[in-house]
Design a protein. Sequence first.
Length: 172
Amino acid sequence: MAAHDRPDLATEEGRLAFIEVLNERLPRKRVIAQGLIRSVRGDFLLCELTYKREWDLPGGVVDPDESPSQCVVREVREELGLHVEARALLAVNWLPPWRGWSDALSLTFDLGVGADDLPSTARLQPREIRALHWCGPQEIARHAAAYNQRLLAFLGTHAGPTAYLHDSVPAL
């Protein structure tokens, strides 16, 4: 260390020590990776969860040193027993603090089209997933959180490049 307990940035050891200090002090933002699976009819697959009232897209929180696309594939395999491929990144969505959670970035990936019987044939992880449902606009309005209602309404009509959203509303 240099004078005054500051790393000597002229050395590799000092630069690594400085990065360590930054890693300890800089804010960390939660990252969520979710997947959009559509039915042949265009409905969206939503998970009825055991730990909250609102239904949600398949996915979860990205683990340290895991990419978001790896996360959504892992979460869908673990929680639904499905083997999927993360395709296009559909949306980057900044979510403000909500119901005790701090803000987060949610990345929504296209996971393709699922079979009509997918909700009844998936192998659910019972401690997290109660059931799966194909949902159209009425079911989404009745069961999904408002931010997911806005996200799915937007993605249902958006055919462009990856969207950048703030609380599920286009930001740019």
